[in-house]
Design a protein around this ligand. Structure first.
Ligand code: AOF
Ligand code: ZN
Length: 367
C-alpha cells in the first residue's frame, strides 16, 4: 500500500508545483482521486483566492468518487476562508480514505482537518512525502505561523569564493543558465533585498526579466539614506515598487525628496550600532504581506542578516573560475565570527548542476 500511496502522492506534488508563483501567500497544493487503482480525478490550487486543490479534483472527476481514495499534499482545510472547508466536502462526497502529505500549520486548520475527517469515520493516513510537501511550501510554512518573510540568501561566487574581482567587477561570474534561474526565483518570491552599498557599487535594477513575469518589491536597507537619487532601483516604480528601509538617522530633506519621487520610506528601529534592526524590518514587511525575500547581498548585509537570525535558506552558485586577490570580496563579510563553534550551520545541503555552474543550497539551522 505504502508504495502505491507514494506513487500517487508524487503525482499530487507535481500538480501542486504548477501553482508556483500564482497562489502565494497560499500554499501550493495538489490532489489526486483514485478508485480501484485508477485515477478518476485530479486538480491543484491554481490561483490565490480561487478553488482549493480538492475542489478542483472533485470537479474533474470522471465517475462517482464515493469510496475512492483522495491524495492531498496538504491537510484538507477545516475553516471557512474564501471557500468552504475542504474536509466537509470530502465527507459530503463519501470519500473512503484520505492520504495526506504534510499537516497544515495554519492556526485555523492545524490538525482540525484530520480530526474532522476521522470523526466522520474516514480512514486518514498522514506523512506520505511530508518532507517534500513541506519543502515545496517552505515559504507558506514559515509565513503562516510567524507572519515574517521566508528569507533566501543568494550568492554567486568563483571556485575560490570571490563575488567580484579586486576592482569590483562582478558581471558575470556565473553563466547564463544560473542567471536565468535567479530571474525565475525573483519572479516567484515577493521581495528582493540588498544593502545600499550594493546599489552604489553595482547600480542593479533588481527586476525579474522573465517574459510575462512579475517583479518582487525592491527593498533597500539604507540606515542613513545614502542612496543616489539617480539609482536604477528608484526608476520604473510602476513596474517594480521600491521600499527604502532606514532609521531616524536619515536626513529629513532626503526623505522628503525621495517621497516626492514616489518612493516609500520605512523608518524602522536601529540597533545599538545605529544600523537598521533587520528583525524589526522583517516584522513590518510581514505585516504588509511580504511572505518571501531574496537577499542578494552585499557581504555586509548578508552577515548582519545571519546575525539577526532572519535567514532561512542559503543558495550559493559556484562558477568554475578562479579570481584571487586578498581584497576581492566574498559573499559574507561584516566582522564574521571569532570561533568555529559559532558558525552558522547549514542543514539539508543539496548540490545540483546548472549549466557550467554548481548550485549548493541548504537551510540555516535554527538550533
Ligand atoms: C486546502 N487545499 O488547495 C489549499 C489550502 O483563503 P482560503 O479560503 O483560500 O484559505 C487559505 C488557507 O487554506 C491557507 O492558508 C491554507 O491553510 C489552506 N490552503 N487548503 O485544503 C488547498 N490551498
Ligand atoms: Zn481547502
Amino acid at each position: 500500500m505504502h508504495e502505491k500511496d507514494t506513487h500517487f502522492m508524487r503525482l499530487a506534488l507535481e500538480l501542486a508545483e504548477k501553482g508556483r508563483g500564482a497562489v502565494a501567500p497560499n500554499p501550493m497544493v495538489g490532489a489526486v482521486i483514485v478508485k480501484d487503482g485508477r485515477i478518476i480525478g485530479s486538480g491543484y490550487h491554481e490561483r490565490f483566492g480561487e478553488g482549493h486543490a480538492e475542489v478542483n479534483a472533485f470537479r474533474s472527476a470522471t465517475e462517482d468518487v464515493a469510496g475512492a481514495t483522495i491524495y492531498v499534499t496538504l491537510e484538507p482545510c477545516s475553516h471557512y476562508g474564501k471557500t468552504p472547508p475542504c474536509s466537509d466536502k470530502i465527507i459530503e462526497k463519501k470519500i473512503g480514505r484520505v492520504v495526506i502529505a504534510a499537516l497544515d500549520p495554519n492556526p485555523l486548520v492545524s490538525g482540525r482537518g484530520v480530526k474532522k475527517l476521522q470523526a466522520a469515520g474516514i480512514e486518514v493516513v498522514t506523512g506520505i512525502l511530508a518532507e517534500e510537501s513541506s519543502r515545496l511550501n517552505e515559504v507558506f510554512m514559515k509565513y503562516i505561523v510567524k507572519k515574517e518573510p521566508f528569507v533566501v540568501m543568494k550568492a554567486a561566487m568563483s571556485l575560490d569564493g570571490k563575488i567580484a574581482t579586486r576592482t569590483g567587477e562582478s558581471q558575470w561570474i556565473t553563466g547564463p543558465a544560473a542567471r536565468e534561474q535567479v530571474h525565475h526565483l525573483r519572479n516567484a518570491l515577493s521581495g528582493i533585498m540588498v544593502g545600499v552599498q550594493t546599489v552604489i557599487t553595482d547600480d542593479p535594477q533588481l527586476t525579474s526579466r522573465i517574459p510575462g513575469g512579475k517583479n518582487p518589491v525592491r527593498i533597500i536597507v539604507d540606515s542613513t539614506l545614502r542612496i543616489p537619487m539617480e539609482a536604477n532601483v528608484l526608476k520604473n516604480q510602476d513596474a517594480a515598487k521600491t521600499i527604502l528601509a532606514t532609521t531616524t538617522r536619515a536626513d529629513r530633506n532626503k526623505v522628503a525628496l525621495l517621497e516626492a519621487a514616489g518612493i516609500e520610506i520605512l523608518t524602522v528601529p536601529a540597533k545599538d550600532d545605529g544600523r537598521t534592526d533587520l528583525k524589526s524590518l522583517m516584522e513590518v514587511l510581514g505585516e504588509r504581506g511580504v511572505d518571501s525575500i531574496l537577499l542578494e547581498g552585499g557581504a555586509t548585509l548578508n552577515f548582519a542578516a545571519l546575525e539577526a537570525g532572519i535567514i532561512d535558506k542559503v543558495q550559493v552558485y559556484i562558477a568554475p573560475k578562479l579570481i584571487g586577490g586578498a581584497t576581492a570580496k566574498t559573499p559574507v563579510g561584516g566582522d564574521g565570527i571569532e570561533k568555529l563553534n559559532q558558525a552558522f550551520r547549514v542543514i539539508g545541503l543539496k548540490a545540483s548542476t546548472i549549466g557550467e555552474d554548481i548550485l549548493l543550497e541548504g537551510y540555516i539551522s535554527k538550533q
